[in-house]
Every structure is written in C-alpha cells, then in structure tokens.
Design a protein around this ligand. Structure first.
Ligand code: BES
Ligand code: MN
Ligand code: ZN
Length: 498
C-alpha cells in the first residue's frame, strides 16, 4: 500500500472513499467533516441529528452518492469521546474503517489527519498512528490459499490530507516501517511448523540481513556443542530438524560495544516433548517462536530508522518433539554458563533454550538484555490475553519499556520477582530444576531465567497470552499479533544517542 501526505482540501479529492470523523457527543460535524458536510448538502448533519451517526469509537458510516464530490463515498469514522482519544484508538478506528472499505472493494482512500491536535495528540503522532493502523489492520496471511478470486482486493493507495507536508511524510514513513516490521513478524508466526523449521527461520534471518544490511551468523549443532549449549541441544535432541542459533547484528553506533541484546524464544513447534501436550489446541504451538520473530523484526525497523545504538538479536531455534532420542523427565543437562538443570518437565523447554541464549548475550558483553518469549500458560492465566507479563531485575530499565508500551498501546503489566519464589526451583540433585510447582508459574519461570542473568540489567516479556488473537479487533487481525515489536523499537529509539 502506498501512503502519502497531500496538501489541500479533502472534499476535492478523487478516491474510492474519503474519510472524516465524528466525536461522540458532538452536536454537528466539526472541522473537515463540516466542509465535506457542506459539499453534500448537510447529509452528515442530518444523520448526526437523527442519531444514526453517534461518533462511538470504531463506528463506520458510509454515505453514497455524495453530490458535488469527486469521491465515490464519504465515510464518517467514530472516534469516541474527544477527551478519551488516544493514539491507540486512532490505530484501531482507522484499521476498522479501512477493512470495511476493502470488503466493499474500495481500492483507494483519502483521510484527514484523524485525531491530530485533539487531546494533546500532535499531528505527527496522529499521522504515524494512522499509518500503523492502516498497515496493521489490512494485514492478511493468504499465502496458502490457492483460490485467489474475491480474496485479493487490496487498498492500494491511502492519502493523508493535511498541512505539514514534509513532517507528515516523515511520520508516515516511520509508521510504515513499524507496521511492516510487525507484519513481517506476523508472517513468520502464522506460518505452520512445516514451513517454519529452525532452518527456515535461519534462512529468513539471512534474507533479512541481505536486504537491510544487517550482519548475520547462524550457529549449527557442532558450534553449539563447542560453546556448551546443553539447553538448546537437549531440547533439540528429540527432533529430526537440526537446531539453529541465530545471531543478527545491527550496528548503528560508532562505538564497538553491544548496547542491547534482544533474545527471542524460537521453538518452531512445541509438542511438549515426552511430557506431551494434550492434542486439543496443540496446533497453536506452531507460534512458539513468536518471541524470536519479534526480535528479528525489531532489527528490520532499526536498520530502516538507523538509531545510533548497537543491538543484537539472539534466537535459539529448535522444535520440541518426543522421540526415542528425546530428553526424558529427570534428565540433567548443563547450560552454557555451566549451571546444571534437572529437567523435570520436558514441556518447560523455553527456559532451557533461553538459559543458553541469555548466557550467550552476557558473553557478548551486552549492557542490557530484553528477552521475549511465549513462555508460560500461567502468564496467560494470570493476565489473560490482554497484557504481556513483564519481569525485571532493574526497575529503571523496565520503566523505560513500560513508557514505550504506553505509546505503542501494547499493554503490559509487571509481575513480582521476590526471592522467595526461587525456593520453588531448588533441585535435590542439580543446581536448579526447570519447574516450580503448580502456583505462580509465570514468576517461577522468570526466576529460572534470572539465574542465567546475574547482574546485567534485564527485562523479560512473557507473551504467551498476547502473541496471537482469535478475534479481529482494531488493528489486530486473527492470528499472530506481532507483539511487542513496536514497543521494542520505541524503547531502543528512546535509548539511542541523539
Ligand atoms: N510454549 C509453552 C507456553 C504457552 C502456552 C505459550 C500456551 C502459549 C500458549 C511453554 O513451553 C510451556 O509448555 N509451558 C508450560 C510450563 C510448565 C510445564 C511448567 C506451561 O505453561 O504449561
Ligand atoms: Mn512447552
Ligand atoms: Zn514452549
């Protein structure tokens, strides 16, 4: 989709649809909506008066045959109460509106700057949110559908009509970079496991590196063994697919050190292993590499936005399968940092591969580490599918991440890390065991990871509840959400040298 800033009067634009808005409680059309209303002989005013248009958030009203206008349709999008408007509501309302129009075979649209200047939202913020909403909301995953008819109408052009042309175009460009990075992650997560093996993930990383000028390195089994990565090797030993340890580097700062390591769980299918999962819902576990996809996607956005900071993404990628060669409950493995782990449940595999990846991040000398993982069903039980769970050993670092989530709308909530929880991980025969009992599972998983971090400032994001959705809502569509790519990019931009 081409998105561009244009100057002038929306009422004069020729497009499949022009989009204005209405706030809940407003007595008559305001701003650009008033100008458009005039050109169509008060049709909007009448519908407002009659109560057809209420301005409720995400309400979409289409007016046909719009008199003197060159556009094919006038669309009035409800933005809810003016005082309650947020950039995230703009993202969602734009997405709902454009999906509606796509369904009506509209292929081009023009919109005013939805929400610009309202409730303290700057024009550029509104334009970026609008762009993100458009790119994210129109996402589809149709690669495996052979029937193309009725299935491939696309909105090819979106014009955003406003005054500050160059500044608006910059905001559009940023929004597009972010939206496309998120959609790249969604593609990887939506792909079934037979199309997204560890080797496929590595190939995707290599392709990225070529396209965006990132450095890439992929470790194979032999190198992992030399490094002593007993975690990922243990999980991989039940699978026919060889594991891959993906290292993607973005170098934006002149200095040589590593500022931030992003670590993402890359289980391309989690059957549970010998502690096999029940069959109901198991197909969902093709998405157990969402954390890995999100950190790789983050580097695409960085390569395009070029902040002055060095960031490396680390993705341990493997399947978790049961077989005659698989790890067995009770086995003891040794992680890269030398700690021994008693594997009491082979389905708690994410933390085993992360143990190695976090150790590797420390070896690289990362000044800060953020990991992203579909780690625990317990996190989904605790927070539902609304919030990502956040954990830290460094409140200042998490505060930065939380500030970013407030801008991106990727809801996140902190859970505790009291030392008392560590007791649940005491093993009788090894340094640590990989399960902490029935209660507080998201927290004991985070405490497990903390054993492989020591002093480095670290944030752990458990996206088990938020990585996928079964509802089309706002800028989310069914399937992978691409969370928390926009937050990671936002926080890294805020930490980069200006
Ligand atoms: N990948 C799962 C967690 C998960 C569950 C992600 C549901 C997304 C949706 C993880 O590897 C897992 O199986 N965790 C176990 C841990 C338990 C055995 C301690 C869980 O949550 O049940
Ligand atoms: Mn598991
Ligand atoms: Zn898993």
């Amino acid at each position: 989709m081409e998105i561009k800033a244009v100057a002038g009067d929306i009422a004069k634009i020729r497009a499949g649809a022009i989009i204005v808005n209405h706030f809940e409680g407003a007595k008559r059309p305001e701003g650009e909506a008033a100008a458009v209303d005039k050109a169509i002989d008060g049709a909007i005013s009448r519908l407002v008066k009659q109560g057809d248009i209420k301005g409720k958030l995400n309400e979409v009203t289409v007016l046909h045959g719009p008199g003197k206008l060159p556009a094919g349709r006038v669309v009035v999008t409800g933005l809810g109460k003016k005082k309650e408007l947020t950039t995230n509501k703009i993202r969602g309302a734009v997405a709902e509106t454009l999906r509606y129009l796509r369904q009506k075979n509209v292929t081009s649209a023009a919109t005013i700057v939805q929400g610009g200047g309202v409730n303290g939202i700057k024009t550029e913020e509104a334009v970026q949110a609008l762009t993100e909403g458009a790119v994210l909301g129109l996402y589809t995953f149709r690669r495996h559908m052979t029937k193309k008819e009725n299935n491939n109408v696309e909105i090819k052009e979106l014009r955003i009509v406003g005054r500050e042309g160059a500044a608006m175009q910059r905001a559009i460009d940023s929004g597009q970079v972010l939206g496309e990075a998120v959609n790249w992650a969604r593609d990887l997560v939506n792909e079934p496991s037979n199309f997204m093996t560890p080797s496929d993930m590595a190939a995707a990383a290599r392709k990225l590196a070529g396209e965006y000028g990132l450095k890439v390195e992929v470790l194979e089994k032999k190198q992992m063994a030399e490094l002593g990565m007993g975690g990922i090797l243990g999980v991989a030993q039940g699978s026919q697919q060889p594991p891959r340890f993906i290292i993607l580097r973005y170098k934006g700062s002149g200095a040589s050190g590593l500022d931030i390591a992003l670590v993402g769980k890359g289980i391309t299918f989690d059957s549970g292993g010998i502690d096999i999962k029940p069959s109901e819902g198991m197909q969902e576990m093709k998405g157990d590499m969402a954390g890995g996809a999100s950190v790789m996607a983050t580097l695409i956005a960085l390569a395009r936005l070029k902040p002055k900071i060095n960031v490396t993404a680390l993705v341990p990628a493997t399947e978790n399968m049961p077989s005659g060669t698989a790890m067995k409950p009770g086995d003891i493995i040794t992680a890269m940092n030398g700690k021994t782990i008693e594997v009491l449940n082979t389905d708690a595999e994410g933390r085993l591969i992360l143990a190695d990846a976090l150790s590797y991040a420390k070896k690289l000398g990362a000044k800060a580490i953020i990991d992203v993982a579909t780690l625990t069903g317990a996190c989904r039980v605790a927070l539902g599918e609304i919030c990502t769970g956040a954990f830290t050993n460094d409140q200042a670092l998490l505060d930065k991440v939380m500030a970013a989530t407030r801008e991106t709308g990727e809801l996140t909530w902190q859970l505790p890390m009291f030392d008392e929880y560590r007791e649940q991980l005491k093993s009788d025969i090894a340094d640590i065991k990989n399960i902490g009992g029935r209660y507080g599972g998201a927290i004991t998983a985070a405490k497990f990871l903390a054993d492989f971090i020591d002093g480095t400032p670290w944030v752990h994001l458990d996206i088990a509840g938020t990585s996928e959705t079964d509802k089309e809502k706002g800028y989310q569509v069914k399937g992978a959400t691409g969370v928390p790519v926009r937050t990671l990019v936002n926080v890294i931009l805020s930490m980069a040298k200006k």
